[in-house]
Design a protein. Sequence first.
Length: 367
Amino acid sequence: MFNNPLLLVTILSLAVLLFYYAYFFFKLNTYKANDSTFGEPISIIVCAKNEFQNLKDKLPVILNQDYPNYEVIVVNDQSVDDTAVLLKEFEKQYPNLVVVTIEKHINQRPGKKFALTLGIKTAKHEYLLLTDADCLPNSKNWAIQMSCNFNSADIVLGYGGYEKKNGLLNKLIRFDTFNVAQQYLSYALVGQTYMGVGRNMAYKKSLFFENKGFANHLHIPSGDDDLFIQEIVTKNNVSIEITEQAHTTSAVLEKWGEWAYQKRRHITTAPLYKTKFKVLLALYPYAQFLFWTALLLLFLLKAPIQLCSILLGIKFFLSYLVNYKAMKALKVLDLYWIHPVYEIVYLCIQGIFVLLNIISKPKKWRR
């Protein structure tokens, strides 16, 4: 039986997946919320470029957090809409709001990293909580729940989800978000932190300046939440926070082209990752791809149906067992029962994105 190369590939890839499920992903199922208290002042930083409507709808929730001492720094990055007018009105209502305005200048380095750097330099406090203008905290306890992790860590990785709507694109985006979060959160729990998400993340201001900010990767538009994190992380200075009241939620993209562009831009940082993370992040999808491909070929070549069923059954059992608690915690439980289908579709789409970047990567990515 083991003389069959396809069968061997199927079994070996399944064994690799079992390793990831047991060693990494199962750790997320044992997560327990941090119930400690933290009273140090914090600075919340929001970068905004032409985000009038998002700021109007969502900034008041950030400005009204149930936290004893905090400031909110909004960096208005060359907006040409009514963002500046709105922020002036908010400044009159909220004494804890600080507005930093970036005027357009021909010699200025564009992009979020520049805006974020100005926001961090403006911050009065050591403890920073970062989010985006299109992100809505799930509760008034968002700031206190994220910051309480500073009692035991210098970096806090949170979760930023997307609104649930109808349509295949929405489901794929939310499955993609879960898939990415399951990996970076699980890896962090075993001391292999490689990224967070700028939508919901916190770290100490001193770490930023000790690392000279984003100096090592200013030449690329992304990297503020992965390359930077890899530079400042140690095995013992990271905590994760996934309780529902600490989530943020963003409006989901509604056009396939916009999502494709966003994903292609995000993966441009991968070649700059440390070697161990390149291997770790590549091996998992390769094992998935090899398993499904080899199993399909076994079926088409009329391998014993009982054997194919056993292999598929083991994969389903492990996947459903490991993913239930994680999908429930990250609010994508509606995708649970058919998540293997989304896994296959997502693998194909992700492969296309990688190939497109190799064949026709833009010389300059839009922000």
